[in-house]
Ligand binder design. Structure first.
Ligand code: MN
Length: 252
């Protein structure tokens, strides 16, 4: 195991791109970022995860609605099928290895789709409410509240029962995939957090952007990255526990 974290990124035809705040937030928690672009061969996802201690799924394009059996909505944004395929393969490889996963924004959406769930393709037209989820304000502005489920990994990570979060998304979890449980919900009922209902696999997902909030003096966001790092350290310790069998030395 390793402190290296695979971070999914996007790419156009010539350049990879990713907000630097994801990498800085990992570094702040003592982790080492390793950027993974959409792959031309997603079956290599396992090769990547063999070398890292965790996976961070990041914000970005809308998930192709074909992935959850829906026709495209007129307000569907830009999609990136190669990124969808890569992240779904990374999630499957992470599940096989029970590798800790932190999923942010698009990350919670692709996670839900991986578990057979569906998405709102455009909140303003499919779930209109007074809560502004796609804030025109800067990335660190906390624009709406979420209620956090007691006893969840998210509650443990943040130490909070409710908090104000930043929000810039026009899609969201609709039907929750089987095997996930809701951990955070906005005032208008929009699902803002889920986690995998499996004590052996640490997967924490949020719809907001903790990576833009980790430099604040008092930061629940930092708690999320710390919980991720703590879980990786715990998994590392469990994996390197000395076995009772004698281990041959190089000279033998
Ligand atoms: Mn929101």
């Amino acid at each position: 195991m390793s402190k290296l974290i695979a971070i999914s990124a996007t790419a156009d035809t010539s350049k990879i791109s990713l907000s630097l705040n994801y990498a800085r937030s990992l570094e702040g928690a003592g982790l080492v970022p390793m950027i993974v672009p959409p792959l031309t061969d997603p079956t290599r996802a396992g090769d990547i995860l063999d070398s890292v201690g965790g996976l961070l799924l990041t914000g970005g394009e809308d998930v192709d609605p074909k992935r959850y059996g829906a026709p495209p909505h007129p307000k569907l944004g830009k999609i990136n099928p190669q990124r969808d395929a890569t992240e779904l393969a990374l999630l499957e490889a992470a599940r096989d290895r029970r590798l800790p996963v932190l999923a942010i924004c698009r990350g919670i959406q692709i996670l839900n789709v991986a578990f057979g769930g569906t998405l709102y393709q455009d909140l303003p037209s499919e779930h209109p409410s007074a809560v502004g989820h796609d804030s025109p304000r800067d990335a660190a502005s906390r624009t709406h509240d979420v209620t956090i489920t007691a006893g969840s990994r998210l509650a443990a990570a943040t130490g909070a029962a409710a908090m104000a979060v930043n929000s810039y998304h026009h899609q969201a979890v609709c039907h929750v995939g089987a095997g996930l449980r809701v951990t955070a919900i906005a005032g208008d009922g929009v699902i803002e957090g889920v986690e995998v209902d499996d004590p052996a696999w640490w997967v924490l997902a949020v719809q907001w952007h903790p990576e833009d909030l980790t430099t604040e003096v008092r930061s629940w966001a930092r708690g999320i990255f710390k919980a991720f790092a703590d879980e990786i350290a715990r998994a590392e310790k469990a994996a390197t526990r000395p076995s009772s069998a004698p281990r041959p030395g190089l000279a033998s």
